[in-house]
Design a protein around this ligand. Sequence first.
Ligand SMILES: [Zn+2]
Length: 279
Amino acid sequence: MAANAFTVDVEDWFHICGIDDRLPPSQWDALDSRVVPTTRALLDDLAATGNRATFLIVGWVAERFPALVREIRDGGHEVGLHSYWHRRVFDLSPEAFRDDLRLNIAAVRAAGAGPLTTFRAPEWSLNQHAPWALPILVEEGIRLDASRAPVARVGSPAFPRRPHPIATVAGALLELPPLVGRLAGQAVPLGWGWGLRKAEPGAVLDAIAANNRKGDPAVLTVHPWEIDPAPPHVRLPPPLAFAHYYRLSGFRARLREVLAGAEFGPLCELPDAEAWLRA
Ligand SMILES: [Zn+2]
């Protein structure tokens, strides 16, 4: 059983939602993929700090780098799903979402993963604009979801901040939200993205400890491209550019301090998740 969860969305630097006009999937194979060495660096940092994690894997990546999926599995980590084409859920039809999820499951399974019961949508997009997707997850075998950020813009500050079941017409899911902080009275990312990269390790560890004192886990998440020592940049519109590129410098070292300062495991081993999966 783990007090907190660490998660990695395994995608390449060019898997950015909403830039099909600049980097369409038809061009991805010609780009300089960096997902294998950067994911291995995260595996090394987790091993060095005695932690395990959930790796939510894009199907496109699993299909091209199946050995990476097996390395993750053999390291004792949980393997989960992060869509096949890395598209925002609310931009898809229900049929297209289901097809993409099935492709994702097939690709990760073919690479050697065991049971697949945990999902995270690209860019937290399984939010209030795509409630129809929740029962589809249940129908396709998903029991744990980590797609709903309790912050404005990508999610909603009204979403609960601790693990909670969500009922759907097909059955229930356990939702596992990421760690949020406060800035100028607003809920902001603290366990991921620009908020995690902005924060000093001590502040992140204090917030994790405060959650744990309340009996709640903290869920953190990173991308392999965030610790790339020489990350390729794509020209993005301002909010996306900030989300992707703000304060990447020194992030790997700060992250290692966070990993060394608290206890992390996969999502499926959080106490709430273990009880949910047993029931
Ligand atoms: Zn993603």
